[in-house]
Design a protein around this ligand. Sequence first.
Ligand SMILES: C[S@@+](CC[C@H](N)C(=O)[O-])C[C@H]1O[C@@H](n2cnc3c(N)ncnc32)[C@H](O)[C@@H]1O
Length: 271
Amino acid sequence: MTRIDSNGAERRRWNDRAWASAWSRRELLTMAVADVLVGRAGLRPGDRVLDIGTGGGVAAFAAGLIVGEGIVVGADISEPMVEMARDRAEQRAAGNVSFVVADVQHQTVPGGPFDVAISQFGVMFFDEPQVAFANIRRQLVSGGRLRFACWRAAELNPWFPGSALAGIVPPPPPPAPGKSPTGPFSLCDADRTMGILEASGWREVASAAHDLVVTVERDVIVDDEALRMFGVAQDAMAAAWEAIEGRLAPITRDDGRIDVPLAFQVFTAAA
Ligand SMILES: C[S@@+](CC[C@H](N)C(=O)[O-])C[C@H]1O[C@@H](n2cnc3c(N)ncnc32)[C@H](O)[C@@H]1O
């Protein structure tokens, strides 16, 4: 059952059809991370895998190629994302990969218990992270593996449009009592995140930093629609673009494409 008092803002954001319809372009930024994540997960044929915050299923499909007769279930809070992932599964005839709409903070994903839970940038949006990671742990076999990628500090990821918009859009409201801030950098502090994992019952918790550089068109990172979703008012668009271009100029090639440094980390833990 979905708890309507949880993750309301993130549920609305990720279910926004305009935001979701742009995802097939946005996901080009982080596609290369799937190989790193799946490599770190040590997947084996026959494994049962949960992909948390699966989006269009990039990591789920990469896992599906390895587990063979095993299964991969991609879970996501967003109906339009799951629709997109299901369409892709059908096009690819990926019979061992399926997708469900679920808020992984509270819900039990059908298909468990799982041997492995993976996530590519899908676990930073829990407003009660300790509750969420405990709920995920309960859905794994004893000794099951957790492997997730999340961002390191915003300062190491200068491409992130939100950082350039401070002062142009209002800051997000503080979280309600008992809730945690959510967003791309909510788990960037490795020590704090390892503490959350340990407090939610995970063992052998560790993290490792990774860096990749990917080259993408500018509209993969930002366009007018993205700025609107970040809360930029129409009369602030020019100022927003000026701030964004100031950040992107040092990493922009002569042909207009951007060499984007991706500074992320992979957390590992055992159930
Ligand atoms: C940054 S996207 C990553 C998508 C995909 N893993 C990728 O790398 O392309 C984050 C995803 O997490 C999902 N998400 C956010 N909160 C969630 C929750 N509580 N339960 C399940 N999915 C969630 C969003 O809907 C979104 O698809």
